[in-house]
Write a protein that binds this ligand. Structure first.
Ligand SMILES: *Cc1c(COP(=O)(O)O)cnc(C)c1O
Length: 382
């Protein structure tokens, strides 16, 4: 790999190698096998759900989750405008229609008051709302204490997009367990990875059985090939499940490392007026990405200035998700906005947060930030 310090690189070592080699030698080089079943059991146990179905991406997990709760063509699905495109794409795969809601400016998670207002409006128009998909943004759970009753009262199934949040919790309950079904991602940049992969987690055994069926081309259990409906080729490889089992063993350590980085960022930016950590109050985040917001009026520089400075030191940063209501592919989609997601996009910056960062790389990042802040302080004083 290059000398560039990346935002969130895979954290892979000898344990992963040994699990992967053992799986290869077992002969189960297919999207079926003992590692796949063991990985599902281990993740379900971690999330505290009755079961799980491993698939080849988080996007596939979201697609099957929406089918599982009965979303159909023409339904409305409530989606946060601040998210990665996969959440909204899964809605489109079904021919359903995403309606976007704005976020809480302090956490980036759905603004429950806006959800409440949107649910009222949609119902008064007689729309069928097939589901709501809260996203646990940057590894922090949405406010389920307030959101769950709003959905329950309106009879809207909750599908939790916990792609970024494995290992996080809200009031003692693990991320992934809040909806009728949750979706996890094991993409290369996530808190743990199978290089690419995802999982549905749920207590609903019928929903999971149907997801498993659809994920294997909806093949009937007959000796000949028989299919009564259209399925998908979504199952995870047994080899990648082995990689996932090793990563899960190390998950708590990787979270601790990311938390350490977040604490260090908090300390560096604490004396800088106008710089805030998104979701800073959440002690139960998995700290997947540390994101700051920068108020130029208060500190005299913009997020883009810091990004440009860090880029000259080969340090990667990233703007916050570009909200869905601004995406050309969703032009014309309905949304209920407060401006919070727009402001996070305009003023936010995601900083290197990966657990694989070496000590010299951490030194490189904080040295560069110190230099930037020192120079700005001098300019500001002059
Ligand atoms: C990563 C991510 C996904 C999609 O996961 P893939 O495994 O890349 O398909 C979905 N939703 C959110 C919020 C994500 O961050």
């Amino acid at each position: 790999m290059s000398d560039t310090v990346h935002l969130s690189s895979p954290d892979i070592g000898p344990l992963e190698e040994s699990y992967l080699v053992a799986a290869l030698r077992s002969g189960w080089v297919a999207p079926v096998g003992p590692d796949l079943l063991a990985f599902e059991r281990a993740v379900a146990e971690r999330v505290g759900t009755g079961g799980a179905v491993a698939v080849n991406s988080g996007t596939a997990a979201l697609h099957l989750a929406l089918l599982g709760v009965g979303v159909g063509p023409g339904d409305v699905v409530i989606v946060p405008t601040l998210t990665f495109i996969a959440t909204a794409n899964a809605v489109r795969y079904i021919g359903a229609r995403p309606v976007f809601v704005d976020c809480d400016p302090r956490t980036g998670n759905v603004d429950v008051d806006v959800v409440d207002e949107l649910v009222r409006r949609l119902r008064s128009r007689g729309e069928r709302v097939g589901a709501i998909i809260p996203v646990d943004m940057f590894g922090s759970c949405a406010d389920y204490t307030r959101l769950t009753p709003v959905c329950a009262e309106a009879g809207i199934p909750l599908v939790e997009d916990a792609a970024e949040a494995l290992g996080a919790s809200h009031r003692g309950r693990p991320a992934g367990s809040f909806g009728r079904v949750g979706a996890l991602s094991f993409n290369g940049n996530k808190i743990m990875t199978t290089s690419g992969g995802g999982m549905l987690v749920s207590d609903d055994t019928a929903l999971l059985a149907r997801a498993r069926h659809l994920a294997t081309q909806a093949r009937e259990p007959t000796p000949h090939y028989e299919h009564r409906e259209t399925g998908y080729n979504y199952r995870l490889s047994n080899l990648l499940a082995a990689l996932g089992r090793a990563q899960l063993v190390r998950l708590d350590g990787m979270i601790a490392r990311r938390r350490q980085l977040r604490d260090q960022y908090a300390k560096v930016f604490a004396p800088v007026p106008g710089v805030e950590l998104v979701g800073a109050e959440d002690a139960d985040s998995n700290c997947w990405l540390t994101v700051i917001t920068v108020d130029e009026e208060q500190c005299g520089w913009r997020a883009a200035d810091l990004a440009a400075h860090l880029a000259t030191r080969s340090i990667e940063t990233r703007p916050v998700w570009n909200p869905m209501h601004r995406q050309p592919v969703f032009a014309g989609a309905e949304s209920l906005l407060t401006g919070a997601a727009d402001r996070l996009f305009d003023h936010g910056l995601a900083l290197p947060s990966g657990s694989a960062l070496t000590e010299p790389q951490v030194g490189q990042v904080f040295g560069a930030i110190d230099d930037f802040l020192a120079r700005r302080a001098v300019v500001g004083a002059a």
